[in-house]
Design a protein around this ligand. Structure first.
Ligand code: ATP
Ligand code: MG
Length: 145
């Protein structure tokens, strides 16, 4: 499924739409370059899970946990040197837990992702435009934002 957003707000709205359809145990694997909008998309997911705290990229802490209707584990793999780092952090357990995991820079730990991870790719498409591709989505199609 392919979407196109024209602002950060529209990407948040799309994240919210997807977030409202997530269930415990889901893993959302985000990829896309610096500033693509991965955190914006995650903010939308957090809103859908009833999280009011501001969501920021956990670049230095690697993992942030938020208490929502379902726990949200927000992981940023940017600084990880590879899969071993990810395993040493204990992050693998989170992927198979009862929360929702959202992983920025998931391409850095591709081998560690569950086979059923929902893949979201965000690509710059001129100015504030972003092409957002959703793969391995197991449920009824999302309508455009
Ligand atoms: N269509 C759009 N979708 C998302 N963000 C957009 C869009 N247009 C403009 N922006 C702006 O681009 C920036 C995206 O920042 P964001 O932190 O979400 O990116 P990121 O992919 O998480 O970056 P990083 O790799 O540093 O973690 C924000 O400032 C946002 O307002
Ligand atoms: Mg980010």
């Amino acid at each position: 499924m392919e979407f196109f957003t024209r602002s950060g707000e529209e990407t948040i709205a799309l994240g919210k739409k997807l977030g409202s359809r997530l269930v415990p145990g889901d893993c959302v694997a985000l990829s896309g370059p610096l500033g693509a909008g991965k955190t914006a998309f995650t903010k939308g997911i957090a809103l859908a899970l009833g999280i009011r705290e501001p969501v920021t990229s956990p670049t230095f802490t690697v993992i942030s946990e938020y208490e929502g209707t379902v726990p949200l584990y927000h992981i940023d793999a940017y600084r990880l040197q590879g899969p071993a780092d990810f395993i040493n952090l204990g992050a693998e357990d989170l992927l198979f837990g009862q929360g929702v995991c959202v992983i920025e820079w998931s391409e850095r730990i591709r081998e560690e992702l569950p086979d059923d991870a929902i893949r979201v790719t965000i690509e710059p498409a001129g100015g504030e435009g972003r092409r957002i591709t959703l793969e391995n989505w197991p449920r009824r199609e999302l309508t455009p934002v």
